[in-house]
Design a protein around this ligand. Sequence first.
Ligand code: FE2
Length: 502
Amino acid sequence: MTVAFEEDMATVDQEFFRRVARIPHHGLGLSVDVYTPDLFDLLDALAEGGAGGRGLDCDYLEIFKAALPALADVRRRLPNTLLEYHAEGLWITQPDLETRYPFEAELAAAAAHLRTLGSHWMNHECAAKQMAGYSFGTYLPPLFTRASAAVTARHIGLVQHRFDGESRSPGRYGPLFLLELPPLTYFGFGDVSVADFFRFVTEATPCGLVLDLGHLWTVYRYSDAWRDRDLREFLSDFLEAFPLERVVQIHVAGLAGHESGEMAGLAATGSRGPFWIDAHGAPIPDVLFDMLELVLAHPRLRHLKGIALEVDNKSVPLIVQEFRRLREQWAWWKGVDEQGQQDEWASNAQAGRPAPLVGTDGVPCEGTDGLLEQYDRYARIVTGGAADAVPSLGMVPGALEIYRHTYFPHEILHWGGELRDMFPETCRQLDRGGVALTAFVHYWVREPRPSQTPYDFFLLKLERFVEFVREVLPTAIPTAEREAAELRGAYQAACAPVTSEA
Ligand SMILES: [Fe+2]
């Protein structure tokens, strides 16, 4: 389908301005998970203020995707809090979004979650955890190319169109799609810069953006910028090229070295800083607060509504301490006075239907076939099944090898559930049968597989491991199936809504 904006680029901007003008100032908030840490324990700790004394006000929350009843419980217990939504599973960067993945089911779930929370925006990473039939535990950035930007923009248009269609607000504006700058985990592929990629997307669709400063740090570290510029120079160049006027929210989260600690292959290039990756549980390094200072001073940052620390998987005392710092250091930040802009765009802000976002002619988007092939190669390169054959953004020497041989196997064996803890008896039987667990990593990426159910890495791991055992040690199947059933039951119970005494 061709992206069929009826007007030109300036109209795309105007459409964004109309949409963003409807979003109130949000202030300083937190991007959280319902369960890790428990959201209500966290809010109690903030109210008490921790070791720092006085209680801390959190202006808004951005809630990561969770089961609908759990989100409904949060809405019910926090009737007066601005609640925004951090989605997952809408793989808008993937050219086969509508055919390979359960797009309709994910879209319906996202719409229901947004309605339940009463959100003004839905944030989604510009990244995917599934690609060309291969599944991953953490995000893979898009191919940074023009064709890939066009496909991403078109998919954002489809999602926004659906949200608008369901909206009962005047003018039928649904929650705004915010596209988040993704992290680079040691590598990035493509032939345009990350900043230009986002410019191409925003020229084609009126979405907002989330600028994640930890992710931006990884863009510096794992693109060619690290070769000849220090961080401050990189940041200045990046902000010039990036569509900052579309940024609606800033995220600040932790960075850390990979938990496997096996970074020997990268030691030779350490002069530009450590080999950190995105790590929400880790402390926020000072460098990200320095970056926040510089970004907030930029004159093109005109539509910023909120600044959030992204704190899922972090200890409650550390969250309280870091949020206190944010509140104290940026108490002056009240957002921009948007009245001027609202006057400026008043002539465009009359009620009525939003401008059409997508065409319905069913013509394949130009370049999709080639992109499918490139994403297939991308997935096989990073899982070790193909040699390098797509342009990189200027790779740190040895970094892709680290991803392939350390990060990815670690993800399959340890991330989102330690296999030996999940299947203790089955693993003992595999040990006795002489089957190494590393064989499971090879099994995982042996061939592309269909993705018929909404993405859930834990459930995927359960299903895939039982299949693996069936192939390598059929006598262990009853044990594997029993352990998988127990895990599934415990997982469903843990995902039940938080019960409230309030
Ligand atoms: Fe983020």
